[in-house]
Design a protein. Structure first.
Lengths: 116, 114
């Protein structure tokens, strides 16, 4: 049982390049989400999904796209990377979106992205 | 949305009890309160969750008053390894539009010294 797996762990991009951060979970969780964390800051919600085929925007969605074609995977796409997107990205999942299950998020180890 | 407010930082000595209070005035009836711990370069880790009164596990205790507008995480007899950032998280089930929009606050940096 691997939990939440993120790849790559580290990535360096040039301004304007595109890339996809991968996130996969093997817990059959309906809910998945992406956060970014800048140095010395808290986590900010980018996008989230309450189930396959359903996605929605969080606090800071601009510059990012997501899709949820399967329960297991929730990739985050950067269409045209900018230096302001330099950050650590965390993927999380949980069993549900309300009640007791909602707040128990399982996080991946993070993907550290640098945009030059 | 159910925003949370916590102190920015707290300092403690080894062996002391650390209490961190989180304010969540807009908590909805169905929502639970969850606390996380984060070490540098790691993702947050679940510590404890509660709905009302008191919850205790092997790591911490969580105290929630009757009005549920705040909660207090209690770390008994902290050690150096408890130095971390602690976040409280409250779901928001007041409308279907807010379900799943879990927004973390700034967290509390706890520093434990010998």
């Amino acid at each position: 049982n691997a939990g939440v797996t993120q790849t790559p762990k580290f990535q360096v991009l040039k301004t304007g390049q595109s890339m996809t951060l991968q996130c996969a979970q093997d817990m059959n969780h309906e809910y998945m989400s992406w956060y970014r964390q800048d140095p010395g800051m808290g986590l900010r919600l980018i996008h989230y999904s309450v189930g396959a085929g359903i996605t929605d925007q969080g606090e800071v969605p601009n510059g990012y796209n997501v899709s949820r074609s399967t329960t297991e995977d929730f990739p985050l796409r950067l269409l045209s990377a900018a230096p302001s997107q330099t950050s650590v990205y965390f993927c999380a999942s949980s069993r549900g979106t309300s009640g007791k299950a909602a707040g128990e998020l399982f996080f991946g180890e993070g993907s550290r992205l640098t945009v030059l | 949305l159910a925003k949370t407010t916590q102190p920015i930082s707290m300092d403690s000595y080894e062996g002391q009890e650390v209490n961190i209070t989180c304010s969540h005035n807009n908590i909805a009836t169905n929502d639970y309160i969850t606390w996380y711990q984060q070490f540098p370069s790691q993702g947050p880790r679940f510590i404890i969750q509660g709905y009302k009164t008191k919850v205790t596990n092997e790591v911490a205790s969580l105290f929630i008053p009757a009005d549920r507008k705040s909660s207090t995480l209690s770390l008994p007899r902290v050690s150096l390894s408890d130095t971390a950032v602690y976040y409280c998280l409250v779901g928001d089930s007041r409308t279907t539009d807010s379900w799943g929009k879990f927004q973390f606050g700034a967290g509390t940096q706890v520093v434990v010294t010998p």
